[in-house]
Each structure stands twice: as structure tokens, then as C-alpha cells.
Design a protein around this ligand. Structure first.
Ligand code: FAD
Length: 495
């Protein structure tokens, strides 16, 4: 363990309230042991990885970790924290990449992984009720074993929880067919900051004022802890048919995919890669020689429907200069779809990050070109690769990988911060949104005012009302921070 970490752990004083907390959940389920303090001091925010790699604590250590086993225990923990003014962070699996789960003011980490059961499956309504701390991979496997899927398959499936998906407003790789998580959640239960239970019944649509359910989705724990969710289910599809295409230009690929989406076709998967990423996934000597831009689509459902949709999509692609290739790039993608690439680069000293934004089709070509050119101007050594992988009739998610080379931390972190500032600023200037599915956490907080305008004032007012002592995930989503909290945002004055 690096010296700075040892010092931080040594400086940690056991909170005087720990025995009382242990009485609520059992002594085995609270800890302020050094390994726990250390493990829960970070999530998958790349900056946190860079800091740890450099021997630093990214924010602060947590005051302690508590693992409630039931909703009642969780409610008791929340009431306890409120009575003693202890700030807290709900923690799913720590796979968030914006620092939402990273303590910045010695928060109490409330790990939800003991809430890990499927509560019920309703085979008539096709719904599943699941506890929020259940691991995504285990959840999907249990559903598949009974012939069902939610259709929510994020790359982080095996390293995230169902509650984390909802808290971050996430997207799975089949979002084009099944929607994002906010389209799948029909009802939920949550503990509000005052310890009350919020229950939103899972009914088919409603018209009873603004959606209270949606206050919890994407709030990243700032307005309450989600304990249980009811999601829409689907029967496993009869077939999954790949359609792999090459296009002569990026614009041709974008136009073809837009037309597919505006033709009432419903592909499950749509992925279009820029030159950099296409080159990594295709080989010479085939369709891609003349049409180097790779697109991968998948159609699923009843065989006759999927075959018809696949055929119509191919006609649209051909009309845009595209051609069909063999399915090798699809099978490669399928085999590696849940792997995480960043540790491979980060462990070798690189400064790798990913930034996903969402934009209307009309804005995408210029936005992509401006970001690519601006990043190249920042540093010719900065790697930049992009794909468009969550695609809708009106626009798409642009998912960018930015990677700085190994160099001294001070220089690299300044470049990393400027890369973020460039992408988010150009995005806002283009009328796009700064995030499609990773969320805001700590890192993106500074851009939320610009993103939401007067909506941000509304959000802060809501937060102040529900959580007057600012105890729930304080300082994240750009909301008011606690006095003395560590600022976990791009370094320097980049905004
Ligand atoms: C390699 C990799 C690939 C990824 N791929 C995707 C992807 O394809 N799609 C996608 O959407 N995201 C992706 N992510 C981001 C991340 O996995 C998601 O945001 C995920 O939903 C976070 O879930 P978690 O359980 O790990 O949450 P955590 O990281 O533990 O928490 C994230 C935030 O949500 C809050 N939170 C967690 N659980 C609850 C709860 N029950 N109630 C209230 N608040 C809560 C936390 O306080 C924190 O603010 C990826 C991340 C990695 C590292």
C-alpha cells in the first residue's frame, strides 16, 4: 500500500457511533477495517484509478461501511444517519465511471449487495420485482433460466447492480429495441432521506401528475435509496439475426442508420464505428476495402419478423452505398461484449477515459468532426475513437474513447481535464446533451447548470426540501457540497 494511503488509513478514527450502527444490522455487517475503507474509497471513475495508481486517495476514505440485509434495516440505517447528521452514499457494485460512489466528505457507505433477491415474477403481466442490490449478471442469468430477459445488457452487466442501473439512468447494448432502464422500470420502492418508504406501484402507464418514479431514476442516490424495482420482462427471442455492413463514408453509415430507425424497424443492436474503431474490427480483403466504415446490427424476435426487418434494413443500407459482409465482426463483438478494456491500458500507465453524449442526427456529423479536430489540436498523441451504439429515430448516443499516453501525472491530468472540457463544451454548443447513460456523479457536476438551465434550480430546491441536512450523496450531480468536501472534478479552471 502506498505511503499516502497508509497515512490516510492511520489517520482514520473509528466513528464513535459504530457500535450503535452494528446493533441495527449485526456486527458482521459494519466495518471500518483498513481494507474496506480502501476498497470503498473509489469506483470506476478513471481519475480515481489514476489517483490510486499514483498512490493518492481520490476523495476521502469513507467513515465506515454498512451492509443492511433488509429494507427495514436500511430504513433504520437512514433514520440513524439522519438523527446523527451522518452523510451517506448508497453503493451498488461501484462500477459507476463518474465518481458517484466515491466518498468526498467521509460519507458512510451503504453497500446494498445483501439486497440481492428476485422477489417475484409475474408471468401474466410479464414483470419481475427484484431487490436493488442484485448483481446484473446473476439477475439476467436467473431470468434466462426461466425463459425471460429484461433486455437490459450493459457492458458492465456482471459488475453492476439493478439499483445502480436505475440510479444512473443506464443503457444496455440492446437499448434500441428494449429502451433504456427508465423505459423498463414500471414501479419501485425507495427510502427517502427522512426514512419514509416511497412506493410507486407497477401499473401500466398513469396520468397522476409528474412522474414521482422518475425522481428516483437518474438521481444517483441524491434523493433516496432505491430498494426494489419492478421491471418489464420479455420472453427470450426465437432468433437473433446479425447484419454486418460496410459503408463508403461515415455520413453514408449515419444516413443509413437514421433511415432504418425512421422506417419503423426495430433492431435490437445498432453500432456504427468511425474510421479508427472500424479499422480495429475489420480485416483487409473483403467488403471493408471499399467500404471501411463498419456497422453491426442485430434483429431479434419471431423469426419471420426478424428476417423481414433484416431484409428491409439491408435494402436501406444498399441504397446508401453499403454492402453486407460476413458475420465475423458481429461474433467478435458478441464474444467480448461484457469485457472492460480500460484496466488493460490504465495498468500500463495510459490515461484512458470514455465519454458518452447524446445528440440529434442533424447535429452528429459536425459535432463528431469538431470534437475530433479539437482533441487532435490539444495533443497529437491523444487517441480518439468513436462509435454510435444507442440509436433512436431522432438521434443517437456518441460514445468516445479518449486515451492519453504515459507521461508525468501533472501534464497528463491537465490534458485529460482539457479533453473533458472540450467534449462537454462542444456538446452543449451543438445542442446535444452531456451524458447518455453514464450519468453525472462528481466528475460532470460542474456542467449540470449549463445542461439544465432553470431546471437545475428546481433540482437543487427539491434536494434541499427532501434532504435539508444534505446527507444523501452530497455534492454530486453538481448539487451543493458539504463544507470541507474534496472537489472531485477535472483539475484546473476548465469551465
Ligand atoms: C467497463 C464498464 C462498462 C460500462 N458499461 C455501461 C453500459 O453499457 N451502460 C451503462 O449504462 N453504464 C455502463 N457503465 C457504467 C456503470 O456500470 C453503470 O452506471 C451502472 O449502472 C452502475 O451500477 P452500480 O451498481 O455499479 O452503481 P455504483 O457505481 O455502485 O453507484 C453509482 C451511483 O448510483 C448510486 N446508487 C447505486 N445504487 C443505488 C440505489 N439502489 N439507490 C440509489 N442510488 C444508488 C450511487 O450512490 C452512485 O451515486 C460501465 C462501467 C464500466 C466500468
Amino acid at each position: 500500500m502506498p505511503q499516502a494511503l497508509r497515512d490516510a488509513v492511520r489517520a482514520h478514527a473509528a466513528p464513535p457511533w459504530l457500535p450503535e450502527l452494528a446493533a441495527l444490522v449485526g456486527a458482521d455487517h459494519v466495518s471500518d477495517a483498513a481494507p474496506d475503507l480502501w476498497v470503498y474509497a473509489r469506483d470506476r471513475l478513471p481519475y480515481a484509478t489514476f489517483a490510486v495508481r499514483d498512490g493518492r486517495v481520490p476523495g476521502t476514505l469513507p467513515s465506515a461501511v454498512v451492509r443492511p440485509g433488509t429494507e427495514d434495516e436500511l430504513a433504520a440505517v437512514v433514520r440513524f444517519a439522519r438523527a446523527r447528521r451522518i452523510p451517506l452514499i448508497p453503493y451498488g457494485a461501484g462500477s459507476g465511471v463518474l465518481g458517484g460512489a466515491v466518498p468526498v466528505a467521509h460519507e458512510l457507505v451503504v453497500d446494498l449487495k445483501r439486497l440481492n433477491r428476485i422477489v417475484s415474477i409475474d408471468e401474466t403481466d410479464l414483470t419481475v420485482t427484484v431487490q436493488a442490490g442484485m448483481n446484473g449478471g446473476q439477475f439476467e442469468a436467473a431470468l434466462n433460466a426461466r425463459g425471460f430477459t429484461t433486455g437490459h445488457l450493459p457492458q458492465s452487466l456482471y459488475m453492476s447492480t439493478v439499483g445502480g442501473w436505475a440510479a444512473c439512468r443506464g443503457a444496455g447494448q440492446n437499448s434500441t429495441r428494449y429502451g433504456k432502464i427508465e423505459d423498463m422500470v414500471l414501479g419501485l420502492r425507495a427510502i427517502l432521506p427522512d426514512g419514509q418508504v416511497l412506493q410507486v406501484r407497477p401499473v401500466a402507464r398513469r396520468a397522476v401528475g409528474p412522474s414521482v418514479k422518475d425522481l428516483m431514476i437518474g438521481a444517483e442516490g441524491t434523493l433516496g435509496v432505491i430498494t426494489e424495482l419492478t421491471l418489464r420482462l420479455w420472453r427470450l427471442p426465437e432468433v437473433q439475426l446479425p447484419l454486418v455492413l460496410g459503408f463508403p463514408s461515415l455520413q453514408a453509415g449515419l444516413d443509413a442508420l437514421r433511415t432504418v430507425m425512421q422506417s419503423e424497424l426495430r433492431p435490437a443492436v445498432v453500432r456504427l464505428y468511425d474510421a479508427e474503431e472500424s479499422g480495429q474490427r475489420t480485416s483487409a480483403g473483403g467488403v471493408f476495402d471499399a467500404r471501411p466504415f463498419l456497422a453491426i446490427l442485430e434483429f431479434s424476435g419471431p423469426r419471420r419478423v426478424a428476417e423481414a426487418e433484416c431484409g428491409l434494413a439491408l435494402e436501406i443500407a444498399t441504397a446508401h452505398g453499403g454492402a453486407r459482409s460476413d458475420d465475423a465482426p458481429y461474433h467478435h463483438w458478441l464474444a467480448h461484449r461484457f469485457e472492460s478494456y480500460s484496466p488493460k491500458w490504465q495498468s500500463r500507465g495510459y490515461y484512458m477515459d470514455t465519454i458518452e453524449v447524446t445528440a440529434p442526427w442533424s447535429a452528429i456529423p459536425a459535432l463528431y468532426a469538431r470534437i475530433r479536430d479539437a482533441l487532435a489540436a490539444l495533443s497529437p498523441q491523444l487517441y480518439f475513437g468513436t462509435h454510435w451504439s444507442h440509436v433512436y429515430p431522432e438521434g443517437a448516443c456518441q460514445y468516445m474513447t479518449v486515451r492519453g499516453v504515459p507521461e508525468p501525472d501533472a501534464q497528463a491530468l491537465a490534458l485529460h481535464a482539457h479533453a473533458w472540457e472540450t467534449v462537454q463544451r462542444l456538446c452543449l454548443e451543438a445542442g446535444a446533451s452531456i451524458s447518455h447513460h453514464h450519468g453525472v456523479g462528481a466528475w460532470r457536476g460542474g456542467w449540470l447548470r449549463a445542461e439544465l438551465g432553470s431546471g437545475f434550480t428546481l433540482l437543487q430546491a427539491l434536494k434541499d426540501h427532501l434532504d435539508p441536512d444534505n446527507l444523501f450523496v452530497p455534492g454530486k450531480l453538481g448539487l451543493r457540497a458539504r463544507d470541507g468536501a474534496v472537489r472531485l472534478e477535472p483539475e484546473g479552471d476548465v469551465r
